[in-house]
Ligand binder design. Structure first.
Ligand SMILES: C[S@@+](CC[C@H](N)C(=O)[O-])C[C@H]1O[C@@H](n2cnc3c(N)ncnc32)[C@H](O)[C@@H]1O
Length: 345
């Protein structure tokens, strides 16, 4: 398929002919851009941005923030995550005056890069933790997460997981992940005794702005993702995760150098972050993990897309001290659910 040439092409192509609010908004925005309307003015300076900058998603998120902050009540009926049930095909004539009234704010919104924190991916972490705990026989865990975003998955022991014939986590948790794994799961007991993450752009869950940013990049027709995020944000408000502002390589080197009780299992967990790291950092982190596996009880649990050529789906891979090679446990859907197990060592 030929590369879309203009921003309007990208807007139309992003969701194609899907029948949801974002597809209809993008078709309206594309037509307005081509007609030289307010969308053209908002996108000034971004015409030559690389496709990977996904300018169209930045624009939608900017508009969503206006809706989420109650400044466009006439649009709320089109946003399913806000309870809206209006026909999505009717959205653009209602949205255009809102867009026209916020040209400068939406222009500034284009500078905000998409960033999410997918709570569903904690399912992959849990499955990897079960394997690591079983293999190493240690039940006190130090959890380290490079590329943690807001750090919501560092709170995974406060989430409830329910599968066929198994469950794990506090039954009263407001974050409940049901039937999120295909395949046989053998739960293990463990306690997280220490937890910490890093990210070059950590999202502060204690700030209204941070929470708004995360919500605005979750598509509004994905109601369950919004519900999971909202529930996790409520948990995080009580006990915010610590996410240091740092890249994976320097941070992990520092954390793995710290003394740790030999009875504690160190688990390095990462999800959908490696693709953003400089290649030198990836190689450096691989070296840190290899060295750590020799020096301490350690597990590396990763949900990442395979390298160039076979980009989908994400793989769940675990590597533990004492095992010769990484084990591919299965595949994981983009937002973490479902995890499809292929083997359960
Ligand atoms: C797609 S998000 C995934 C966030 C989280 N791991 C999750 O699964 O919800 C990718 C994250 O990687 C972070 N990132 C980018 N470059 C990085 C680096 N060099 N080291 C660590 N994290 C990085 C981004 O800031 C972003 O928060």
């Amino acid at each position: 398929m030929a590369e879309p040439r203009t921003l309007a092409d990208r807007m139309r192509r992003h969701f194609g002919d899907a029948d949801h609010v974002y597809a209809h908004l993008l078709h309206g925005m594309a037509a307005d851009w081509e007609a030289g309307g307010v969308v053209r003015e908002i996108c000034r300076g971004w015409e030559a941005a690389p496709a990977g900058a996904v300018v169209q998603l930045r624009l939608l998120a900017g508009l969503f923030r206006i809706v989420l902050t109650g400044r466009a009540p006439q649009l709320e009926p089109f946003y399913p995550c806000l309870g809206g049930t209006a026909p999505p095909g009717d959205v653009w004539p209602v949205a255009l005056p809102v867009v026209a009234a916020h040209v400068e704010e939406l222009h500034e919104a284009l500078a905000v890069a998409p960033q999410t924190n997918e709570v569903g991916r904690s399912t992959a972490l849990l499955v990897g933790l079960f394997v690591a705990v079983r293999r190493l026989g240690l039940r006190r865990v130090r959890l380290l997460e490079p590329g943690a975003s807001a750090g919501l998955n560092l709170l995974m022991d406060r989430f409830r997981f329910e599968g066929h014939g198994w469950n794990w986590g506090p039954p009263e948790s407001s974050v409940t992940l049901r039937e999120a794994v295909f395949g046989a799961v053998q739960p293990e007991d463990f306690t997280i005794v220490d937890r910490r993450g890093c990210d070059p752009a950590p999202v502060d869950v204690t700030s209204e702005q941070g929470r708004l940013r995360l919500r605005s990049f979750v598509w509004p027709f994905q109601v369950e993702r919004h519900e999971r995020l909202a529930a996790a944000l409520r948990l995080a408000a009580e006990d915010p995760p610590v996410v240091d502002r740092a890249g994976a390589a320097e941070w992990l080197a520092g954390r793995l150098d710290r003394p740790v009780d030999p009875g504690v299992l160190t688990v390095v967990w990462q999800s959908v972050t490696r693709q953003y790291w400089p290649a030198t950092d990836t190689a450096f982190v691989d070296g840190l993990i290899a060295d750590g596996l020799d020096r301490m009880p350690l597990a590396h649990v990763a949900m990442e897309y395979p390298q160039v050529g076979r980009p989908y789906p994400a793989e769940l891979v675990v590597r533990t001290t004492g095992s010769d090679a990484p084990t591919r446990l299965g595949t994981v859907a983009d937002h973490g659910i479902p995890v499809t197990l292929e083997c359960c060592p």
